[in-house]
Design a protein around this ligand. Structure first.
Ligand code: ZN
Length: 170
C-alpha cells in the first residue's frame, strides 16, 4: 500500500512472518523497479509471528512525484479540517527563525519553525521530512489557521489574513 515510509514516499506491505518477509523481499529485488527495500518491525502486532513488514520506494521519479503531491494534498486537507482549533504561542526566546508551540486538538504540543522548515511532531520527523513533505501543523501555520498568541493572555490575531504570521513590531 502507498505510504510515507521512514525513507520517503513509497510503499509498505501488510504484516508478515519473517519467512514471508524474506520471500517478498527477494521478489522486490528481482522486480527491479524499487529501491530502499527495508525490513521493519511492528512493535505491537495482534499476531506476534506477523510482526514484520517491508518498506520500499519506486525508482521512477514521476511516480515518486505523484506520491509526494498526493501526500501534500492529504496534509493540506488535515490542516484545513483541524487547523482552526490550533492554539499557537510564540516562543519569544527562540531566536530567528522564531519557533511557535502549537497546542493541537488532541492536547499534544509541538514546535513549528516559522520558516516552515520543521515541526517536532513524530509524523513530520519520521515520515514527512524524509519525503520532503510538510505536515498538517506546518501547513496550518502557513495558512494562518488557529489562534496566535505572543504571550499567554493576548491573542495576536485569529486567522484573518492570508499571509504567514508576522509578529507585531517586527
Ligand atoms: Zn507537525
Amino acid at each position: 500500500m502507498h505510504s510515507l515510509t521512514r525513507n520517503g514516499a513509497g510503499y509498505r506491505t501488510h504484516l508478515m512472518t519473517s519467512a514471508q518477509c524474506a520471500g517478498f523481499e527477494r521478489c522486490l529485488h528481482k522486480h527491479g523497479h524499487f529501491h530502499r527495500i527495508e525490513r521493519q518491525v511492528y512493535t505491537d502486532p495482534a499476531d506476534p509471528r506477523r510482526c514484520y513488514y517491508l518498506t520500499y520506494l519506486p525508482k521512477d521519479p514521476a511516480r515518486l512525484e505523484a506520491f509526494v503531491k498526493n501526500e501534500m494534498l492529504k496534509s493540506r486537507e488535515r490542516a484545513e479540517a483541524e487547523g482552526s482549533g490550533y492554539i499557537w504561542v510564540a516562543d519569544l526566546d527562540s531566536g530567528t527563525p522564531r519557533e511557535w508551540e502549537v497546542l493541537t486538538l488532541t492536547g499534544s504540543v509541538y514546535r513549528v519553525r516559522e520558516d516552515l522548515t520543521s515541526c517536532t511532531c513524530p509524523h513530520f520527523v519520521n515520515r514527512c521530512a524524509p519525503a520532503m513533505i510538510l505536515c498538517k501543523h506546518i501547513l496550518a501555520f502557513a495558512l494562518n489557521l488557529g489562534t496566535f498568541y505572543t504571550s499567554e493572555d493576548r491573542p495576536l490575531y485569529q486567522h484573518t489574513t492570508t499571509h504567514a504570521p508576522a509578529l507585531a513590531g517586527t
